[in-house]
Design a protein around this ligand. Structure first.
Ligand code: HXC
Length: 511
């Protein structure tokens, strides 16, 4: 082969790697952002990236676009490895037409999505783009729809992760919205269906990019994203960490790794985790960290619906999903946000063969018009539905309160909890003793002494785990310091669990 041809190839590659050119790359850096290729380099194992379609160009002839063709057309695609395990990636290049989506650009993304589904590996999409390529009109809309369809086809087959690292507007928002997890970078990224200018025209609201769709909105208020990181590098390192908990596809078990943490590690401090006063909060995160291998917990949506904790950890080296009421926030009550957050997490774990460990300390569902008008009934039902349909191993520990419907919902025996434990101070009842006494003994309500007596009577009857244990609803009452050991042994016992739901086209979870 002549050296000319090889040189020409090298030149063409070099030109494609420059994307929109050095000036635009510099601008990207000035904004505190990395380029599409720099992001892939950090995300993947060194030297593992194989780029596809770097010479693809758009096919638009309108608005002077014929003269403006840039190889790659605004998105870098291909595959590589994270800690040796295959993943597919696409990374939007803002330096090329603002990362906007042409038909050719969409075809590149669809190619990696289809390969991922066929070959059983996750897809990670990095977003930094201005939406539909305005010059391409309906071709751009068609391209988006092609991507959306592949998102839906891949859902539940392979994990799909989106990372928002710049603008993500218009058509760009709906692909991430259909993936399993979305993460953002604080201050440099924003996500919305319509931007501040359109908002001003339609609703006369004055709102900044950050106020409309920054990480401070989506990681805290809307719950659209599952976590926000300080900068591009931190976000990409955390995505690498997350991928270590996930299997390549639904056909695989999640990856295990050697653990130096012993199965029977005793945690004496857990015996005093629960305060003497049942109305005092304590940090449920401490329990998760003391149970998980080496205290490693990857939390999902820490700042949204903080009354429930969700995230990944490992027991004996194998990934598990933790779901736990958090008494530090709103006493761990189940409300709309907490139910939605946990339901989606439970369903993700069930899709990808990740056993569920549930820690329960829940005073019930949140009362009030705000919650009822917001559809608490339907949202609470999501969590109930998710736990009930899940076929992965499910181990539950009631640490303190398990009141009312929330007792049923939180992976109870009755909805196929495999192993259900309680700590000795657990209270399993329809409601708190005071409220119960006020209803049963309504006539005595104005007599405080009598009410205190009645309340004590109810408490003595139900403020313990033994009534439920006496009926087999709780398999055992365990010592807090042995929690890790008991959970680990349960997971061993459930290693070959195999159950199937009745045949159906698909279920109809309340949405
Ligand atoms: C074509 C675009 C573009 C787009 C940006 N560019 N967005 N080209 N189509 N959608 C180009 C700009 O013309 C500019 O080119 C370069 O990218 C960088 O853009 P700037 O505006 O200079 O960058 P910045 O100031 O950082 O602003 C970023 C931005 C802004 C906020 C994203 O570019 C913007 O508002 N873009 C339009 C967003 C939008 O309305 N998209 C359509 C959404 S509708 P030059 O050559 O000057 O450097 C949609 C419907 C699809 O997506 C629905 C499907 C379901």
């Amino acid at each position: 082969m002549s050296s000319d041809i090889l040189e020409r190839l090298a030149e063409k590659r070099e030109q494609a790697r420059l994307g929109g050119g050095q000036a635009r790359i510099d601008k990207q850096h000035e904004k505190g952002k990395l380029t599409a290729r720099e992001r892939i380099e950090i995300l993947l194992d060194e030297g593992s990236f194989e780029e596809w379609d770097m010479f693809v160009e758009h096919r638009c002839h309108d608005f002077g676009m014929e003269e403006k063709r840039i190889p790659g057309d605004g998105v870098v695609t291909g595959w590589g490895t994270i800690d040796g395990r295959m993943v597919y990636v696409f990374s939007k290049d803002f330096t090329v037409f603002g990362g906007s989506l042409s038909k050719a650009h969409a075809e590149k993304i669809v190619k990696v999505q289809q390969a991922a589904t066929r070959n059983g590996a996750p897809v990670i999409g990095i977003f930094d783009a201005g939406g539909a390529r305005i010059q391409e009109g309906v071709d751009s809309l068609a391209g988006y729809a092609d991507i959306f369809l592949e998102n839906v086809m891949a859902s539940g087959c392979v994990p799909q992760i989106s990372v928002i690292m710049g603008p993500c507007a218009g058509g760009d928002v709906y692909s991430p919205a259909m993936t399993d997890f979305i993460f953002m970078v604080k201050d440099t990224s924003y996500m919305y269906v319509t931007g501040p200018d359109v908002v001003k025209t339609v609703t006369n609201e004055n709102v900044s990019h950050e106020e409309l769709g920054g990480a401070s909105v989506h990681a805290v208020k809307s719950g659209v994203v599952d976590g926000a990181f300080d900068n591009d590098v931190e976000a990409l390192i955390q995505i690498r960490r997350l991928m270590n908990f996930l299997p390549g596809s639904q056909a695989e078990k999640p990856p295990t790794r050697p653990s130096f943490d012993t199965i029977d590690r005793v945690e004496k401090s857990l015996d005093t985790l629960i305060p003497a006063n049942p109305n005092m909060p304590y940090d449920m995160r401490e329990l998760i960290e003391k149970v998980a291998d080496e205290g490693d917990f990857f939390e999902i949506s820490p700042d949204f619906g903080a009354n429930i904790l969700c995230g990944f950890g490992r027991i004996e080296g194998a990934p598990v999903g933790f779901v736990a009421n958090q008494p530090m926030t709103l006493a761990g009550v189940l409300d709309i946000d907490a139910s939605r957050k946990a339901a989606r997490f439970v369903r993700f774990c069930d899709c990808f063969n990740i056993p569920l460990i549930t820690f329960v300390d829940v005073p019930g569902f949140m009362p009030g018009t705000k919650q009822e008008y917001g559809g608490l009934i339907k949202h609470g039902a999501k969590l109930l539905f998710a736990y009930a349909e899940a076929t992965v191993p499910k181990v539950t520990v009631i640490t303190r309160k398990a009141y009312g419907g929330a007792y049923d919902v939180m992976s109870s025996k009755h909805i196929r909890g495999d192993v259900n434990y309680a700590w000795p101070n657990a209270e399993i009842a329809v409601m708190g003793a005071k409220g119960a006494a006020e209803i049963i003994y309504r006539a005595e309500r104005d007599n405080p002494e009598k009410m205190a007596e009645r309340s004590k009577e109810y408490e003595d009857r139900f403020a313990n785990p033994f009534v439920a244990a006496g009926k087999g609803y709780i398999d055992d009452v365990i010592q807090p310091h042995n929690t890790r050991h008991r959970i680990a042994r349960s997971l061993r016992q459930l290693k070959n669990k195999s159950i199937k739901n009745p045949p159906k086209k698909h279920d109809n979870i309340p949405l």
